[in-house]
Every structure is written in C-alpha cells, then in structure tokens.
Ligand binder design. Structure first.
Ligand code: ADP
Ligand code: MG
Length: 265
C-alpha cells in the first residue's frame, strides 16, 4: 500500500482537486484507491455527494477510542464513491472539535496510520486530503504518509507561505522521525499572466530538486466537476488540466518507486 498526503497550510490551492484527480486517474488504471478526507470542511466528502454536516459515520469515529483503533472499524467506515475502484473515508464537520478533545491523550498522532494498517490488503493507494491548519489531523497525515504532495498556487504570496509550510514540516518530521520526501506542485497556472509566469520561475530557482517539472494549468472543467461530483477524467479525459495531472501521476509513480528501492534492497 502506498500512502500519499496532499497538504499545504493555505486553502484554495488545489489540494482537494489534486486528491480527486490523482485518485481518479489511479482508479482508472485499475488500482484500488482510497481517498481520505481529513478536512473538517469536508470538500472531498461533498465532492462525492455526501453531506459532512449530517453524515452518520466518518473519520471522526476513529478518534473516539482513547488513541486506539478498534479492529474492523476503519473497514466499516469505507464509503462508496460511485466510481469503480475508488473509495472514500469521509469527513464530518465534527472533526473541527478534535483539537480541544485531543489534549493529553496518547497515541492520537498515529490514529490514521494505525487505521490504514488495518486496510493494508484492501487498497493499493491511499491519498490523504488535508485541512490548511496545522493540528492533530495534519500530524496524523504526516505520520502515515510515505510521500507528501504540496500544491502551491503560482502567485507570489502563496510562495511566501510555502517557506513557512516547509519550515513547520521539518519540525514535525524531526519529532516524528518520519523523513518524508515531498513534491511541490505548481497549481492554477495561467501562462497569460505575469504573476503566474514570474512565480513559476521563482519556484524553479528556489526549489529545483523537490519541484515538479511542469505545472497544473487553470482549467474551468475542474470547477464544473467539483459541483457535479465527477472525477475529472470522467468529465473529459482530454482537457489540459486532466492531461497535466496525468503527467504528474506518471512522475510521482516514478519518483516514489525510486524512493522505495533503497529500503527494499
Ligand atoms: P483546496 O483543497 O486547496 O482548498 P480546491 O482543490 O478545493 O483547493 O480548489 C479551490 C477552488 O479552485 C475550487 O473551486 C476548485 O474547483 C478550483 N480549482 C482547483 N484547481 C483548479 C484548476 N487547475 N483550474 C481551475 N480551477 C481549479
Ligand atoms: Mg480542500
């Protein structure tokens, strides 16, 4: 099982869209994919037609057992998306209350990691969608993941925010002893605007190694897709946005395969 997390402390940068696009494309390739909504706003959950305000069972349930994960509970929470090979662990808005309840409870940072361990035989890929705020949910995601995908809007302020994000990330990883490799993915790229072009150049100068070589372009099809609850590839496999995500997926697969070798051999 491969576990990827998609995170950035900024909202509206394409995290949820990336989770759906990458998850949808992997599922189309016949991989068994689980997408996990770790954002109390529940955008990913909403995407697939569920209401995070009223949903009866969600990821929240995993956090209700004093830092332990009851046998069989994660499997009970896996929800259908209507897309073949693609399943969802939904969020509920109750997740927003977690921070207060978590204080002082041991094992709370490993809930997601332990839950996924129970699903090891059921899925080939797991993609974790994250909230912008750095708290117990993001700590869980970083502890569980083997690779981190950081979507960054091609805009000056967003790049400034990225420096902060990478700094906190290093801190968490040091405390967890989980040295995650990451890929920075420029998003919402519009080559007709100076701001986008300049930002992409700045990213390339600053983060050569960990930066994906292309960028995800602005593609209005994504906005339509999130409203209609369709995976992008089911909308139109030939839009430039979906093609870009397809390239990204190829590169991520190559990159994460390569990372695996030293441990295996
Ligand atoms: P986040 O999860 O980081 O908050 P979202 O994926 O929800 O970001 O994207 C924020 C908004 O931007 C949504 O309305 C989404 O449909 C739109 N969006 C995301 N990526 C693109 C894109 N490549 N082109 C056009 N719109 C996009
Ligand atoms: Mg989101």
């Amino acid at each position: 099982m491969r576990i990827w997390a998609v995170a950035n402390q900024k909202g509206g940068v394409g995290k949820t869209t990336s989770v759906v696009a990458l998850g949808g494309l992997l599922a189309e390739q016949g991989k068994r994919v689980l997408v996990v909504d770790l954002d109390p706003h529940g955008s990913l959950t909403t995407w697939f037609g569920y209401d995070p305000d009223t949903i009866a069972h969600s990821v929240f349930d995993l956090f209700q057992h004093e830092g332990k994960v009851p046998e069989g509970l994660p499997a009970q929470l896996v929800t259908d998306t209507g897309c073949p090979n693609l399943s969802l662990l939904p969020a509920s808005t109750a997740l927003a209350t977690l921070e207060r309840k978590m204080v002082g409870v041991g094992g709370m940072g490993l809930i997601i990691s332990r839950s996924l361990a129970q699903l090891w035989d059921d899925f080939d890929y797991v993609i974790l969608d994250n909230t912008p705020s750095l708290g117990v949910l993001m700590v869980n995601a970083l502890a569980a993941a083997q690779h981190l995908i950081i979507p960054v809007q091609t805009e000056y302020l967003a790049i400034k925010g990225l420096e902060r994000m990478l700094h906190t990330l290093q801190m968490i990883m040091r405390s967890q002893k989980n040295q995650l490799a990451y890929t920075i993915v420029p998003t919402l790229y519009d080559r007709r605007t100076q701001a986008s072009v300049k930002s992409l150049n700045l990213l390339r100068k600053t983060y050569s190694d960990s930066l994906w070589r292309f960028a995800i372009p602005v593609d209005t099809k994504f906005r339509d897709a999130s409203q209609r609850g369709l995976i992008p590839s089911a909308v139109d496999a030939n839009t430039h946005g979906v093609r870009a995500y397809s390239h990204l997926l190829d590169d991520l697969l190559k990159r994460t395969e390569k990372l695996k070798e030293p441990q295996d051999g």
